[in-house]
Ligand binder design. Structure first.
Ligand code: NAG
Length: 338
């Protein structure tokens, strides 16, 4: 009995602490929260919508709304412009794990055909105050052109356990303040890119499917305060890669000479080239005023003779969530994912 008592006490203690821990707040979400507008692909009931875009289009412009999506692969291109706060949740058995996502939104469109990077996006956000949970977004165009999965413009945009899949230019974070956590972001070339955004990617997996640079930040002037930080994440080779990428991936290349990117507390696998960073191109290196910083990274890709225009620092000062998003970040970022 004495032997049983202690484990039992421990189990109860763990249960209590787990319940209290924000990381275990929501385990499963397989039916709509009360008041949510419902998207259900098949067996759509009265008052529900069979596509996400139809559900979005049904909303008024200004009130706070929630949309819940039942499992399925939705072949759609989404555009959200309404001004009111919006939360979109995909059905999942584990809200904290992208790998448990049951909803995929996919579309195939290249920027060459669409006319711009943004216009090619499978999921286009042009608004402030959006929370997106547990949805996979794919641009299935593949190699040969920019083809954006998520095109994200706005302040206080939170992406939680979202999966983004593309090849060239998967994620466009172009303006505003944007937080990503527990996400999976896959691509080959410049697949986290944009000009003016303050971007904080946290506890996420960055997966390369082919050789290339992960980030391409391109502030338009010295006074453009864009900054990309990838924190407490992992950089790996995607299981979808068809050849070994050892040493073939760079943390970033500068889309403009003011590019500002930091990788902090992140595991860098052997895909990362020993130089770490590369110039934009031999004819336009764009390295004059870049700020490329690494702080406390680990793994085989964290060491090597780095490019002269990059630096390593021992402090994350200037690169914390509060630094990137502003001290009020805790008021709009879901702290279950912080
Ligand atoms: C360094 O990164 C590791 C994660 O790889 C983290 O556990 C540790 O707390 C970090 N150290 C500092 C000083 O931030």
């Amino acid at each position: 009995m004495r032997l049983l008592t202690f484990p039992l006490f421990f189990a109860i203690f763990q249960l209590l602490t787990c319940t209290a821990s924000p990381l275990n707040k929501r385990a499963s979400l397989t039916s709509p929260p009360s008041g949510a507008v419902v998207v259900r692909q098949s067996g759509t009931k009265s008052g529900e919508f069979s596509t996400l875009q139809a559900a979005i289009d049904s909303l008024d412009d200004s009130s706070s709304k929630t949309i819940f999506i039942y499992p399925g692969t939705y072949n759609e291109q989404i555009s959200i412009t309404r001004s009111g706060p919006l939360t979109v949740m995909g059905s999942t058995t584990d809200t904290l794990k992208q790998s448990a996502n049951q909803v995929t939104i996919q579309h195939s469109l290249s920027a060459a055909v669409a006319g711009s990077d943004d216009a090619s996006g499978t999921f286009r956000v042009h608004k402030d105050n959006l929370n997106l949970y547990n949805v996979n977004i794919k641009n299935t165009f593949g190699k040969g052109s920019q083809a954006i999965a998520l095109s994200s413009y706005g302040n206080q945009l939170g992406y939680y356990a979202v999966g983004l899949y593309g090849y060239q230019d998967t994620l466009l974070t172009n303006q505003g303040t944007q937080f990503f956590s527990a996400c999976y972001i896959e691509g080959a070339v410049d697949f986290i890119f944009g000009q003016h955004a303050r971007l904080f990617i946290h506890r996420s997996t960055i997966a390369s499917v082919d050789a290339g640079a992960i980030t391409a930040n391109g502030p338009s002037s010295a006074s453009d305060n864009s900054l990309f930080v990838i924190d407490s994440s992992s950089v790996i080779q995607s299981s979808a890669a068809t050849t070994s990428l050892t040493g073939k991936v760079f943390l970033g290349r500068p889309w403009s000479q003011w590019a500002r990117v930091a990788f902090t507390n992140t595991m860098l696998s052997s895909v990362i080239n020993s130089a770490g960073w590369e110039q934009w191109s031999s004819s336009a290196p764009n390295t004059a005023n870049v700020e490329f910083v690494e702080v406390n990274n680990s793994g085989p890709g964290a060491s090597g003779t780095r490019a002269s225009f990059s630096k390593k620092s021992t402090s994350t000062a200037g690169f914390t969530a509060s630094d990137v998003l502003g001290s009020s970040w805790t008021s709009w970022v879901d702290q279950s994912y912080a």
